[in-house]
Design a protein around this ligand. Sequence first.
Ligand code: ME8
Length: 529
Amino acid sequence: MKNEPFYITTPIYYVNDVPHLGTAYCTIAADVLARFERLLGREVRFLTGTDEHGEKIQEAANKKGLSAQAFTDEISQQFKTTWLKLGITFDDFIRTTEERHKEVVQHYIQKALQKGDIYLGEYEGWYCVPDETFWTQAQLVDEKCPTCGRDVKKIKEENYFFKISRYTEKLLQHIDANPGFILPESKKNEVVSFLKEGVRDISVSRTSFTWGVPFPQTDQTKSQHVMYVWFDALINYISALSPLKSSEMVNKFWGTESQPRAVHLIGKDILRFHAVYWPCLLMSLELPLPKRIFAHGWWTIEGKKMSKSLGNTIEPLSFTQQYGQDAFRLFLFREFPMGHDGDFSLKNFKERVNADLANNLGNLLNRSSGLLIKHLEGAIQPPTGSDPLLTPVTDAVIAAHEYLYAAGSLNDLPMERFEFHECLQKIFPILTALNKFVDSKAPWTLAKDPTKKIELQFVLHSVLEGLRIASLMLWPFIPATSDELLKRLGQIGATECLNGKSELTELTKWGKGRPAQLIQGQPLFMRLE
Ligand code: ME8
């Protein structure tokens, strides 16, 4: 619904690494959804940021011979700059080392302590530093971390523990009552079985290092505890809404129990933290749960696990400088559904860009605008007339429109369920049908016969009308291309929807184009060899 607040978050990224394909994928996906919602007229808040505390970051800083603060300042800036250069439209960038975050973490922990949900104990077991995760002996696989396969270390230290079991039954009920809470379905099932097995109380503080948010001191301990990095990190989703200053942002973007607003997009590796620990902590704090947690799959590169040591990571900035941002953005969601794992290969990337963008979109624009300039003085009009050969085009427009903007309940569109792949599969048939229409009508032949001028007009105006609609629908995925195309066609573009002057769902119907003068330009996409 128009004007409704919408809150989308990415994970906050650890600063021991720089932006790569995996983090770019998640951030771009959140950007696509943020743009889609803004285009619909909603008031969007899009949060991303960096996760800067914990043992792993302290070790990484030591290795570089920098103070943890200097180290995190440097890498956090790198994330922010990369996202800005990639055209990511985040509204806020939170760093866990910021005062505004730390004070909220301490406030909430104090609250959970007062509630009696936190107690002092001793942890003895295994710890995976790269994943910042506690494991029991029985959970290890071949003595290694069961999720990342790396070495674990034995630790024994005083920790505060969170009585998570107090909330797991309530969480199971919530999951059951809210089918879209954890998506995709397969991930929901994983969470449910994990919960049903019974969850052990979890450490929420550490004592063997100091790089973290200081844990509120209690009478029971003399040691200085710092927050366990995951409990510090998860709170970012609310601390960024300044809950201690006023309840305005929290009410608006976090929402209420009956109208939750927050949508957390995460990778499948961090599902348990988001879908189990975080909701239980929120229940303890008596705060509403998020509306949705969506776990996306993992990318491999040319069939291999992406890793720094293999040197096969994709650096998003240099890749997009070479191949273009829109091509990259489209490819990420065009190949496979977001809940699946997928492989990034240059060959597939080039084939996809050539088929979808150079041929289907770019070449169609070139062909039709060339003829329009040559034979009709570049004059664009909404198409008048009819032809059964056009029906597959208008049918494809109706089908895409239905699916994108009206399917499901109004408040839960396929894009909001991260069905980006499926949405693209509804939009691209418009372009395929248009290309077929052009081929069968052969406007280059019509142009040779002066008695066929009306038909020629109808064909070219129809093609440009179809291109107008498809590019508006594609704007969240390929914003620069869409802006350029609509500018050349002299049509209302995203800006008018964003500033509330036009209604996207009206504008994307057949026949809503306006008379204009075509502006010719360079091909939008060159074929990649
Ligand atoms: O986990 N394909 O941060 P992070 C797809 N700080 N996604 C990938 C990927 C790949 N090959 N590699 C990594 C953290 N990712 C915590 C989050 S949130 C409160 C704290 C994704 O920098 C991964 O799935 O290790 C995860 O969602 C994200 O990158 C951040 O990972």
